[in-house]
Write a protein that binds this ligand. Structure first.
Ligand code: FBP
Length: 551
């Protein structure tokens, strides 16, 4: 396989790690824990994995006891996130350090690989090919939801055949919920298979008191911020376009917020604020129009607007509509059997409540259709396929035309739309993600060696140099609450949305008027740097720095 000079150089990069993991390690256990909410229900559903203590890895003078050889399986689950290959290389190296006879198997194509017994042994040659690279192509990923008993039982058979003692699931909130369900089931069955989760997702919404950030968020935001900066420089040079830029991130607006902190656009919408202020689609349009008119009055007919991809779900009336559609379309064979968009549209209209039906009818047909596309296996509407940026361009254009006719707007409005998502999910991991992921992988092996199950591998203190990072494990049940999924209440890891009282949002709120203003305040972050001074190459996200500064 041909490689670029950077690829070759990166394969020799040695990830930095917490100093505590360098030598012998002991596991210190904290107090019993509780779930973030719905304690009684979660406790009942997870009698064996509820209430476990948080674990911290501490340096130890004692050499570890010789461990018998073990086999471990690993699964990549859900959307790609930079650094996944480093979790796997950390796992591999960690296992070999414990006992050179240990083996690592990769389940192919996501959780379905475990159920269907599709696997590959990951040898040194394979691992070396993928060190510090982006992507999940080493074993592939998938979104199969592990929730049925027959799936768990198939997993037991496959693990028995391969002599696998532990399964590591690298995934987001939904996949780690699956990891916990699996851990609980395997304990109940006493089949001797441990399950450990690892916090992945570019969306940045898998974070809490213990998990400071999910991996991949850092690299993805840096890639998008570079692109936004480049667009801003183009806008400021050509001075003729408004750029409407939608950013991936599913429900939460963490990516949009982080990119705004890095690039200082004219407008950054935050879905969580839209919901808190009970804003309508028209309110959002008015807010954008106001900035466009002000800038036009100063002779500036250009700008940038960041739009989180989940925006539409946070407009309260839209949320009600989407909720109705989720319930209506969950396993709805009648709808699935209808031929053609028109028949589907008529069926949906006939089933919705009057208020939702009115809203559904008022939307451009394309957007309305996008709202009824298949849900993902976890019942989520696939927001990455809803072109909110085009909807806003259309509505803003109409409103500006009205203002022009009334003589209150004299500018020119030419808009371009962009969607940044897939561009960042497989980028070569930043030093931060390369180091963080490798450490997560090594930590997972130590949790396995200690016989732990139902835990997520944890590395924190992340705004400090890597040597000062703290490794450990957090019981997954600690992060859970009950939520409605596919029309039913289910235990799930609580998603972290943007906290409107948190430092990152407050920083945006304090500066956005100045960024919207006639004088451009754009920052041009440039591409990720892998080699050079630490203040250029090893910085974590602004979000993490602002959040940790307040602690
Ligand atoms: P995960 O939650 O699995 O990490 O996925 C993240 C994500 O990239 C979202 O930001 C996006 O909405 C979604 O995946 C897109 O899904 P797909 O890869 O199936 O198109």
């Amino acid at each position: 396989m041909q490689k670029s000079p950077l690829q070759i150089a990166r394969s020799n990069y040695q990830p930095k790690m917490p100093a505590a993991l360098a030598g012998n390690v002991r596991l210190a256990e904290g107090k019993a824990t509780q779930s973030v909410a719905d304690q009684e229900e979660i406790k009942k559903l997870f009698p064996n994995t509820y209430g476990l203590p948080v674990i911290t890895m501490e340096p130890s003078a004692e050499a570890p006891k010789a461990q018998p050889a073990i086999n471990v399986g690993v699964i990549l689950s859900g959307g790609q996130a930079p650094g996944g290959h480093n979790v796997i290389s950390g796992l591999f190296d960690g296992l070999k350090r414990l006992n050179p006879e240990n083996k690592l198997y990769g389940f192919l194509g996501g959780p379905s690989g475990l159920i269907e017994g599709k696997y590959q042994e990951l040898t040194k040659d394979i691992i070396d090919e993928y060190r510090n690279t982006g992507g999940f192509d080493i074993i592939g990923s998938g979104r199969t939801k592990l929730e049925e008993t027959w799936q768990f039982d198939n997993g037991i058979e496959v693990c028995k055949k391969l002599g696998i003692k532990a399964v590591v699931i690298i995934g987001g909130d939904d996949s780690n919920t699956n990891a916990c369900v699996l851990a609980e089931y395997y304990l109940q069955k006493q089949c001797g298979i441990q399950v450990i989760g690892c916090p992945k997702t570019i969306d940045g919404d898998l974070k809490n008191e213990m998990i400071e950030t999910s991996f991949g968020f850092d690299t993805a935001c840096k890639v998008y911020s570079e692109l936004i900066g480049n667009i801003q420089r183009d806008a400021n040079s050509a001075k003729k376009y408004w750029h409407f830029i939608r950013l991936m991130g599913r429900s939460a607006s963490h990516i949009a917020l982080e990119c705004a902190l890095q690039s200082q656009p004219n407008i950054c919408l935050i879905s969580e604020e839209v919901e808190a202020k009970n804003m309508t689609l028209n309110d959002i349009v008015e807010q954008i129009v106001e900035v466009i008119v002000d800038r036009a009055n100063a002779g500036l007919n250009f700008g940038t607007i960041l739009i989180p991809e989940g925006l539409i779900e946070f407009i309260p009336a839209m949320r009600a509509l989407i909720q109705e559609l989720n319930d209506l379309l969950a396993q709805n064979e009648e709808f699935a059997s209808l031929e053609g968009d028109d028949a589907k549209r008529e069926y949906v209209k006939s089933m919705l409540s009057p208020s939702s039906c009115e809203l559904y009818r008022s939307l451009p047909k394309g957007i309305a259709r996008q709202l009824t596309l298949d849900r993902d296996p976890h019942g989520n509407v696939m927001v990455s396929q809803i072109e909110t940026e085009k909807l806003l361009i259309e509505m803003v254009g109409k409103r500006l035309a009205q203002l022009k006719a009334a003589g209150t707007y004299k500018g020119k409005f030419a808009a371009l739309n962009h969607f940044f998502g897939y561009e960042g999910r497989c980028a070569i991991p930043s030093n931060f993600d390369a180091d963080y992921c490798y450490s997560i992988g090594v930590t997972a092996t130590l949790l396995i060696a200690a016989g732990k199950t139902g835990y997520m591998s944890l590395v924190r203190n992340l705004t400090k140099p890597a040597a000062e990072w703290i490794a450990g494990g957090v019981p997954i049940t600690m992060m859970m609450n009950m939520e409605k999924r596919n029309g039913k209440m289910k235990p799930v890891i609580q998603k972290a949305l943007v906290d409107l009282n948190g430092a990152p949002f407050k920083y945006l709120a304090a500066h956005r008027a100045e960024w919207a203003d006639a004088n451009t305040s754009y920052i041009y972050p440039g591409p990720i740097q892998y080699y050079g001074p630490t203040e250029v190459c090893d910085q974590p996200t602004h979000t993490l720095k602002l959040e940790q500064a307040g602690k």
